[in-house]
Design a protein around this ligand. Structure first.
Ligand SMILES: Cc1cc2nc3c(=O)[nH]c(=O)nc-3n(C[C@H](O)[C@H](O)[C@H](O)COP(=O)(O)OP(=O)(O)OC[C@H]3O[C@@H](n4cnc5c(N)ncnc54)[C@H](O)[C@@H]3O)c2cc1C
Length: 270
């Protein structure tokens, strides 16, 4: 859609060139920004010319620039030891999108939208991602992806603050994983997207619950729990009012399928 409140589009070549004020909005792929009126915005600040390398793999991990496109992430092939890389495609496939969104949307844009069904949130939270944020006029700060999202469409970003990159440590990328995702309708948004990761010899099990809850919820275990231990841990962490109800599923439905899918994940990894 045409955004008829926009008077200017700025294309800075460095973050320092930006003089942030109310009415500015960062423009990444624009797939959400251009999908509805932005009445409080008069200036878009395009991130594309900042020229950040999309994907940088090192022996210690993978750095994903916020501006990395979903299609670039889909094309990534890591070293064989990074057993979790196939999870990238699985999460991308659960992101409901047309070819236009596929080609334009960015990993950072999806995380900053902070929607429960944000598949890039599910992926990077499960792989123990760490966000680097650039505040206006302050030093960079780091926050885990799990803590970045604070609720439905809310996050820790302060006014004008930029998500610069997400770092996935090699220690998480080398783990085995299992994922389950369901939607109430065939091409609907995720009602639950749940990922389990497990280190070698059955140690270090992490379960990440997304879409069924307003923000990512992560449960960590020293070793793979029994079915009863897993169920109890979910019950303790997520009381009946902690679930996200919307047109894609009621809270009791999402709670029910989370127990069901979490047990499938546990069994697959055991
Ligand atoms: C048809 C359709 C289907 C969709 N389906 C889904 C779905 O299934 N799941 C889901 O999660 N989402 C869905 N979305 C919304 C989706 O999250 C976005 O379209 C997409 O992920 C946003 O990415 P983008 O790069 O285009 O961001 P933009 O539209 O450019 O920006 C999105 C928001 O994030 C801010 N922003 C972007 N990058 C940064 C940054 N680096 N630092 C700080 N702020 C930033 C922008 O200012 C804006 O507020 C859908 C949208 C549409 C139009």
């Amino acid at each position: 859609m045409n955004l008829n409140t926009i008077a200017q589009v700025k294309r800075p070549k460095s973050f320092e060139d930006v003089e942030w004020r109310d009415g500015h909005a960062w423009l990444a792929g624009g797939t959400w920004l251009f999908s509805e009126p932005q009445v409080a915005t008069d200036t878009l600040v395009d991130l594309e010319r900042l020229g950040w390398p999309s994907l940088t793999a090192t022996p210690t991990g993978l750095e994903i620039a916020a501006t990395c496109k979903i299609r670039e992430l889909a094309a990534f092939r890591g070293p064989a030891a990074w057993r979790a890389v196939p999870l990238f495609q699985k999460c991308i496939d659960s992101f409901l999108m047309s070819f236009k969104i596929w080609n334009a949307a960015t990993v950072g844009g999806n995380i900053c939208m902070s929607l429960p069904a944000g598949a890039m949130i599910s992926l990077t939270a499960a792989l123990e991602g760490i966000c680097t944020l650039w505040p206006v006029g302050g030093p960079p700060r780091e926050v885990t992806v799990v803590d970045f999202v604070t609720g439905m469409h809310t996050n820790v970003l302060q006014k004008g603050e930029l998500l610069r990159k997400i770092y996935l440590p090699s220690a998480a990328l080398t783990k085995r994983f299992a994922m389950r995702q369901v939607s109430l309708t065939h091409f609907g948004r995720s009602a639950a997207l749940i990922i389990g990761t497990l280190g070698d010899n059955g140690y270090d099990f992490t379960l990440t619950v997304t879409a069924a809850t307003p923000r990512p919820v992560q449960l960590k275990f020293t070793k793979l729990p029994s079915a009863a231990e897993l169920r109890q841990a979910i019950e303790e962490r997520l009381p009946p009012d902690a679930w996200f109800a919307d047109v894609h599923g009621s809270a009791p439905y999402k709670r029910h399928i989370t127990f069901y899918l979490a047990e499938q994940i546990r069994a697959e990894l055991s």
